[in-house]
Design a protein around this ligand. Structure first.
Ligand code: MN
Length: 128
């Protein structure tokens, strides 16, 4: 098998401990990662780097996750980037709400480390 380029994942998370956990797991899974703690910077990075996947926290200071995904979907360079919501308060009906808002799925925090990489792999494969 040829060496496939590593998928690049942009993590947008303002909680430092969560951010470090995500970055550690991504490294473990062989992904390249980009990261920021700010919504407005997330949009800039997404437009410039066009990552394969974005993990986007909903609750961010300033521009929140819902505003970020709305902007991403409105720009030609970023409208097709798979974007997964990270939310601390998953509730019944959330999936439909997140899909309606432009996300491709969501992962509830705290994450289960074991299933996390498999979930990402699933989203990335759907992208091909
Ligand atoms: Mn947050």
């Amino acid at each position: 098998m040829k060496n496939k380029p590593k998928p690049r994942v942009l993590v947008v998370e303002d909680n430092q401990a969560n951010l470090e956990l995500f970055l550690d797991i991504l490294e473990l899974g062989g992904y390249e990662s980009l990261h920021t703690t700010e919504g407005s910077e997330a949009i800039e990075i997404a437009a410039r780097e066009v990552p394969d996947l974005i993990l986007l926290d909903i609750q961010l200071p300033g521009l929140d996750g819902l505003s970020v995904v709305k902007t991403l979907r409105s720009m030609p360079a970023t409208k097709d980037i798979k974007t997964i919501a990270l939310t601390a308060y998953a509730m019944k009906g959330d999936r439909e709400m997140f899909l309606q808002k432009g996300f491709d799925g969501y992962i509830s925090k705290p994450i289960a480390v074991k299933g996390f990489l498999q979930t990402l792999e699933g989203y990335l494969q759907n992208a091909e």
